[in-house]
Design a protein around this ligand. Structure first.
Ligand code: IMP
Ligand code: MG
Length: 176
């Protein structure tokens, strides 16, 4: 029987500080506009909740729910839109808020999916990036942290729907 051991990768303090930085940068870049933040559910909801409170310009929020893995831990690139946006994004300055960029395939699909609705601009804000795993070229405009090639959990990010409620980000290690 294997025990699950959780190792800390990023503490609550580190995450908080980084989100304040991201919020400041976004507020400066959008000082003359009111961006529409689109959170990708479910993984990005806690990040997005903290991020919007670190932004000082008026923002609007919407959410998109996608599923890319099913029960697998590897992205297939086949993304299903489970819940679509409630708002129109035509002519909007969109900031797409993601929890983690792994292969980049989910993000690529979502960007293409949103682009056909003609937003004025689309920028990407991701809390975590695993560059070693990218399968395609993705430009992240606002990035929290680069993380090693480990399966991470916490702060909204799950392993089979568990661990989203951890206030920090860790990775799972299986012990004999
Ligand atoms: P991608 O399409 O491979 O970039 O994967 C994107 C999605 O897979 C992310 O938005 C996460 O929801 C999920 N994901 C990728 N890596 C991890 C991980 O290390 N832990 C938990 N979920 C992950
Ligand atoms: Mg995600």
């Amino acid at each position: 029987m294997k025990n699950v051991k959780l190792c800390t990768l990023l503490t609550e303090e580190e995450i908080k500080k980084k989100i304040e930085e991201l919020g400041r940068k976004i507020s400066e870049d959008y000082s003359n506009s009111s961006p529409l933040l689109i959170g990708v559910l479910k993984g990005a909801w806690i990040f997005m909740a903290d991020l919007v409170r670190a932004i000082t310009v008026p923002v609007r929020c919407d959410f998109l729910q996608v599923s890319s893995y099913g029960q697998a831990t590897e992205s297939s690139g086949v993304v299903k839109i489970i819940t679509d946006l409630k708002s129109s994004i035509t002519n909007e300055d969109v900031i797409l808020v993601e929890d983690i960029v792994d292969t980049g395939l989910t993000l690529r699909y979502i960007i293409d999916y949103l682009s056909i609705r003609h937003p004025k601009s689309i920028k990407i804000c991701a809390l975590l990036d695993k560059p070693e795993r990218h399968k395609i070229n993705i430009k992240i405009d606002y990035l929290g942290f680069t993380v090693p090639n480990k399966f991470v959990v916490g702060y909204g990010i799950d392993y089979q729907e568990l661990y989203r409620n951890l206030p920090y980000i860790g990775y799972v290690e299986l012990e004999e």
